[in-house]
Each structure stands twice: as C-alpha cells, then as structure tokens.
Design a protein around this ligand. Structure first.
Ligand SMILES: Cc1ncc(COP(=O)(O)O)c(C=O)c1O
Length: 424
C-alpha cells in the first residue's frame, strides 16, 4: 500500500499578485505567430498539438547544431548536451513540485503508459483489481485493460451518460481491494476538469495507487503534482509548447517498488526505471525551454523572487484566467444554437477550452468546411471512442473539436465565431 501525506487542497496556497497576461507579449514568444505561411490561419487545434514556444525551437536548433553527439562524456559538446538534458528534468520537476529523479521522458504518453502497464503486469498478482474509466483517451485505458489477459480484474468507473461526468460517489465501491486507479485530469472530448486531489484522496484512503493522464490539462497550466497527491502524472510536451516528448512523473515510493523496465544496470536511477530505450537527447534538452517560457511569463507579469513551483502556479492561474475570458463568448455563442450539442460544461471555469460539438453532420466534414475559412480545427473521435459511445455518440460520426489555449487572440476568436455562423 502506498502511503504519502497529501497536501490539503482546501488549504489555499497564497496567490502571488501579478499583472494579467499580455496577449501581444505571449504571441511574440511563438515563431508560428510570426510565420508568413501561417499568417492567415486561426489555430483551434491546440489539443492535438500546441505551437512550440521560441525557447524550445531555439534550444532544439542549438542542440542539433552545437551538441548533437552522445551526451555525458567529458568532451565539451557532450558534457554540455548532458547538462542540458539534466537541466530540463530539474527545472520541470521544480515547476511540478517533485524531485528531479521523479521526472522521466519517453517518446509519448501512450508509450509511457504501455511501459508502466508492463511494470504493473509484473507487480500485480492474478485476481488483483485495477480501476479504469470510460472517460479516458485510449492511451490511459487500453494498455491497462489488457492486463485482464494476465488475470487482473479490470473494473470500469463509468461516466454519467448525460453529462459525461465522473462522479466520485460511484468510484467509492470500485476502490475496495483495488491496487490502481487510472483516470484523466481532463478528457480530450468532454473537457471538464476533474478534481484530481479529491479523487486521489479517496483512492489513497482505500490504499489504491493513482495514475493520472494530464495530457489534456497540462497545456492550460502546469499543475503541482505533489498537491494533486497522485502517484503517476503524465503529459505530452508537444501539447505544452514543447517538443514531441511524453513526460511522466512517477513518485518515488511507487517507482522504487514497481519492477524496472529498463536495462538492468540502469535500474538504480529512478528516472531511468521506466525508460526501456535511449532518450531523444535533443528533445529532452529542449524541454527546458518550457520552463524558460513559464519563467519569462512570470517575469513579464512582475512576479517577485519565488521558488519554481510558486512561479509555475502563478503562471498557471494567469493562463487559466486568460483562457476563461476567451472561452466564455464562444460557449455563449454555441449555447444559442439549438441544433448543436456542446459536450461538457457550459461554465468556462469548470472546463478546458477543448470544446467538443455534436452536430447533424460528421465532425470531420464541419472541420473541412472551417478549413476553407482558414480556421484550423479537427473532427472525429480523437482516439476517445469510449467516452463518445458512453454518452450516446457514434465515434464514426464524431465531434467537431475547437481547442485553444492562452496564446489565442481575441481576433482569432471573432473569426472563429463568424466562420461557425457560416458552416453550422
Ligand atoms: C487526453 C490524452 N491522453 C493521451 C494522449 C496521448 O498522448 P501521446 O500522443 O503523447 O501518446 C492524448 C493525445 O492526444 C490525449 O489527448
């Protein structure tokens, strides 16, 4: 059983008073917004992959130009390359409120989950139970469900068929005797933000470890993983303004107990235990650019000297405030369209700006029509057929999904709403 003191999320952290985010300043930090070939395009597919910030593209380019060699040897290019990879892990861990060796990189979140599922396959005994949801993206559910082939009992925490919500009351009976609970911080099609701290408290009280898919949440502000109280937290850097990497936090007590999935001689380093293959050195190093980005926004907003997790928390709150301000008019507009079903809450504060819309035409067709108006969006099931089916939507018909983040401009929002008026 994993026992760790969980920070009481009801005890508010004292917020650092800052200026609000300056949209012009933010956009100047993204090469894509200066790129002539993209100038006419309004981008609403951030949930599929965000634009990278310039700190990341610059670090990536510098790595490839100056230090694209095997890292961690004594010669200068190799040593500096290794230092940058360590810097990325250390700075991300500071923002996430955990230790540097609790942060590991992998090719993607799907692959990170796959590796962790193999560790659990070895650790669990036939007859042990795990709990998965039908709200998750396939990445945080399929690999876990396949543990049934090894005699593991797989219980499903089901969403409400009307609202798509996960209700903690229905979780409680499923936790009895279970070893692991896997659930999302935010679904990529429902959009509602789950109260991770409350859910991990329930799980922890029942002696159940927790694995949280933060892929759809982290782009909207890096969370303090220690405050959330989960044992595993995963997200994908290519959606958080970074390079194409999966990032996983595995807290020490669980990570040291689970069977390692790496080369035998690497297993004493916690951050190597669930990384079977070599890292993508340049991309790992470039992940430090995401911390540069957070620190640059913090400084611009006038933040005083503060530890990394406090800086990240302040930037998180500023990003959420900006997104909420942008999302409200879109939700208000969509609420006037009787022919549509907006998936997830209509209250912008309760959700990510990842808005799934069911219309009388397939989502992909509407996304194609929007492309003709230079609005970039996607349509389909977004690798989340389970939640769609559970709320009565045929994945083949699918949703139109409009997703954005704090870097989106008011002008883009206006263009989106007027294009929607034409195509819906
Ligand atoms: C909520 C969610 N979880 C997991 C994933 C999978 O992430 P990756 O592409 O890094 O495997 C995605 C990808 O879109 C996602 O939206």
């Amino acid at each position: 059983m994993i026992t760790r003191a969980i920070v009481d999320p009801h005890k508010p952290r004292r917020p650092i008073p800052l200026k609000t985010l300056d949209p012009q300043f933010v956009r100047a930090l993204f090469p894509a917004f200066q790129e002539p070939s993209l100038a006419d395009q309004a981008f609403f597919e951030s949930a599929g992959g965000s634009y990278p910030c310039r700190f990341v593209t610059e670090r990536l380019e510098r790595f490839y130009r100056e230090r694209k060699v095997q890292p961690y040897w004594a010669f200068p290019a190799s040593r500096v390359g290794g230092d940058e990879m360590d810097e990325a892990r250390k700075r991300l861990s500071g923002m996430l409120g955990v230790e540097p060796d609790e942060v590991a990189f992998g090719p993607s979140t799907t692959q990170n989950v796959y590796v962790l599922a193999q560790a659990f396959r070895e650790w669990l005994e036939p007859g042990d139970a795990i709990v998965v949801t039908n709200q998750d993206h396939e990445a945080n559910t399929g690999a876990w469900r396949r543990l049934a082939q090894s005699g593991i009992e797989v219980r499903e925490w089901q969403i409400d068929p009307e609202t798509g919500q996960l209700n903690p009351e229905t979780l409680k009976p499923l936790l009895k005797g279970a070893r692991l609970l896997c659930f999302p911080h935010c679904s990529n099609v429902i959009g509602e933000i789950n109260d991770v701290a409350a859910i991990t408290r329930l799980a922890s009280a029942a002696g159940v470890a927790t694995c949280v898919d933060g892929v759809s949440y982290a782009p909207h502000g890096f969370p303090n993983v220690a405050d959330l109280g989960c044992d595993i937290y995963m997200f994908s850097a290519y959606k958080t303004y970074g390079p194409h990497q999966g990032i996983m936090v595995v807290r020490r007590d669980l990570g040291e107990m689970l069977p390692a999935q790496c080369h035998d001689f690497n297993k004493d380093a916690l951050y190597k235990r669930f990384t079977p293959a070599g890292d993508d050195h340049a991309q790992v190093a470039a992940c430090a650019g995401m911390a540069d980005y957070v620190d640059t926004l913090y400084a611009e907003m006038g933040g005083p000297q503060a530890p990394p997790a406090s800086r990240a928390a302040a930037v998180h709150d500023a990003m959420r405030a900006r997104e909420t301000e942008l999302l409200e008019p879109l939700l208000d507009f969509l609420a006037t369209k009787n022919s549509l079903r907006v998936i997830g809450p209509l209250d912008a504060r309760k959700r990510a700006p990842t808005v799934g819309i069911l219309a009388n035409r397939p989502g992909e067709d509407i996304a194609s029509d929007l492309a003709a108006h230079n609005i970039n969006a996607g349509g389909g099931d977004f690798y989340s057929p389970r939640p769609l089916k559970a709320i009565g939507i045929d994945p083949a018909h699918g949703l139109l999904r409009l997703s954005f983040t704090h870097y989106t401009s008011d002008a883009e929002l206006d263009r989106l709403i007027s294009a929607l008026d034409h195509v819906l």
